[in-house]
Design a protein around this ligand. Structure first.
Ligand SMILES: Cc1cc2nc3c(=O)[nH]c(=O)nc-3n(C[C@H](O)[C@H](O)[C@H](O)COP(=O)(O)OP(=O)(O)OC[C@H]3O[C@@H](n4cnc5c(N)ncnc54)[C@H](O)[C@@H]3O)c2cc1C
Length: 397
């Protein structure tokens, strides 16, 4: 077995792992990233696209914002379509000047991968059988296989950035973790198409037939979603059926503007809320989807990954520069305070905008009136807006 050494071993080259790696590398802290998939596979995944101001700022701090700043679309608001009527949520006015950036996770990943390669920092793609050991000691280590050889990676800390199905969370004894979970009785059928977006801003539509979202990745690439039953099959949704159903769920004048075209990606994602506590075990820290999942309705998944990265990065900076090892044990509590607020908002947006098959008439009326209350009250719109643009990151003392 060959032995390697680094300061922070990062498992997973998704946005969490790559962004943490870039920030630490820039600060002179050594990292090595182990990724199960190939670089092409990682780069090809189509996922999130709405970046909060906090994530935008963090990407700038990491020095990977040149393309985002040139090509990303700044959105100062979004539309809520409730039973055919549009309500504009003016993020900028309601939050005192904040907005969100539309820039695809695929592009964020590409920029981070390019920056890491340019910096000469190592990512080992197609690393298999990754396992973390001795996490409760001062010398944790990680074993893995790469190109037919077995390696032992010795490190100071392990960052578990390997997503919901990764190995990091599983390295923690079950009795040391509490799991909080809600699985929703529907999924999102998503389509990506090289067509101009239907509207300049995102449109979240509540309709008796189910939720719909009109999103985008650029001025020429649209991303649309439909609420579908959780056990729906993709084969049941040829493009024409998707476009027809989307038009039905949108207000008439908006639907007339829809430009359709062949899908370049189509998938169904289940919706889930999930949190594990704590987000650390000895010298292992969980970040992003490895620790929590939100339904995408609040556009929070990728953004929560970024706030975890910010927290761990700032703690590790103080650990390496000032010897502040006392901060390490605060990581989980700091992250979870923000995570739960985003979980609440994502659950709320999901509950308000979707049709729940089991909901009785009373529950439906309550949801309807709660939503009407929020959108017709300045305070309600402000609450939606401040959560949507992202709550502030907690300062590390
Ligand atoms: C289909 C889909 C659609 C989504 N859409 C949205 C959206 O519209 N809006 C939104 O806000 N969020 C969305 N999300 C959520 C968002 O994409 C995630 O929150 C974000 O990717 C989290 O980043 P991460 O780096 O923590 O995890 P991931 O992106 O999952 O990255 C984890 C990485 O670890 C690697 N890995 C896993 N296991 C191992 C192992 N054993 N060893 C080594 N490497 C491993 C994986 O290959 C992957 O590269 C979506 C997620 C999915 C799955």
């Amino acid at each position: 077995m060959k032995t390697l050494k680094t300061q922070v071993a990062i498992i997973g080259a998704g946005p969490s792992g790559l962004l943490l790696g870039q920030l630490l590398h820039n600060a002179g802290i050594q990292t090595l990233i182990l990724e199960r998939q190939s670089a092409d596979y990682v780069q090809g995944r189509i996922r999130a696209g709405v970046l909060e101001q906090g994530m935008v700022d963090l990407l700038r701090e990491a020095g990977v914002s040149r393309r985002m700043d040139a090509e990303g679309l700044v959105h100062d608001g979004f539309e809520l379509a409730l039973d055919g009527e549009l309500t504009h949520i003016d993020l900028k006015t309601l939050t005192g000047g904040q907005s969100v950036m539309i820039y695809g996770q695929t592009e964020v990943t590409r920029d981070l991968m390019a920056a890491r390669a340019a910096a000469g920092a190592v990512t080992l793609y197609e690393a298999s059988n990754v396992q973390a050991h001795d996490l409760k000691t001062e010398r944790p280590w990680v074993t893995f296989e790469h190109q037919g050889e077995t390696f032992r990676l010795e490190c100071d800390y392990v960052a578990g950035c390997d997503g919901f199905h990764g190995v990091a969370r599983q390295s923690i004894p079950a009795e040391s973790l509490s799991v909080f979970e809600r699985v929703y009785p529907f999924g999102w059928l998503g389509i990506l198409a090289d067509t101009p977006p239907i509207h300049a801003e995102l449109v979240y539509a509540k309709h008796a037939r189910g939720f719909a979202l009109c999103s985008m990745r650029s001025k020429t690439r649209s991303r649309y979603y439909l609420q579908v039953p959780v056990d729906e099959s993709l084969e049941a949704w040829p493009d024409e059926r998707f476009w027809d159903e989307l038009k039905t769920r949108l207000p008439g004048p908006l639907a007339q503007r829809l430009v359709t075209g062949p899908s370049i990606e189509k998938s169904i994602a289940p919706l889930r809320s999930f949190v594990v506590e704590p987000m650390q075990y000895g010298r292992l820290f969980l970040l992003g989807d490895a620790a929590h999942i939100v339904p995408p309705t609040g556009a929070k998944g990728l953004n929560l990954a970024a706030s975890d990265v910010s927290t761990l990065y700032r703690i590790l900076l103080k650990v390496y520069r000032e010897g502040r090892v006392d901060l390490l044990e605060k990581y989980s509590a700091i992250c979870l305070r923000r995570v739960w607020k985003a979980e609440r908002f994502s659950w709320w947006m999901t509950s308000m905008l979707h049709q729940f098959p089991e909901a009785d008439g009373f529950s439906q009326r309550i949801a309807q009136s709660e939503l009407e209350y929020f959108i017709h009250s300045q305070a309600g719109r402000q609450t939606i807006a401040e959560n949507y643009v992202g709550l502030p990151y907690e300062a590390i003392e």
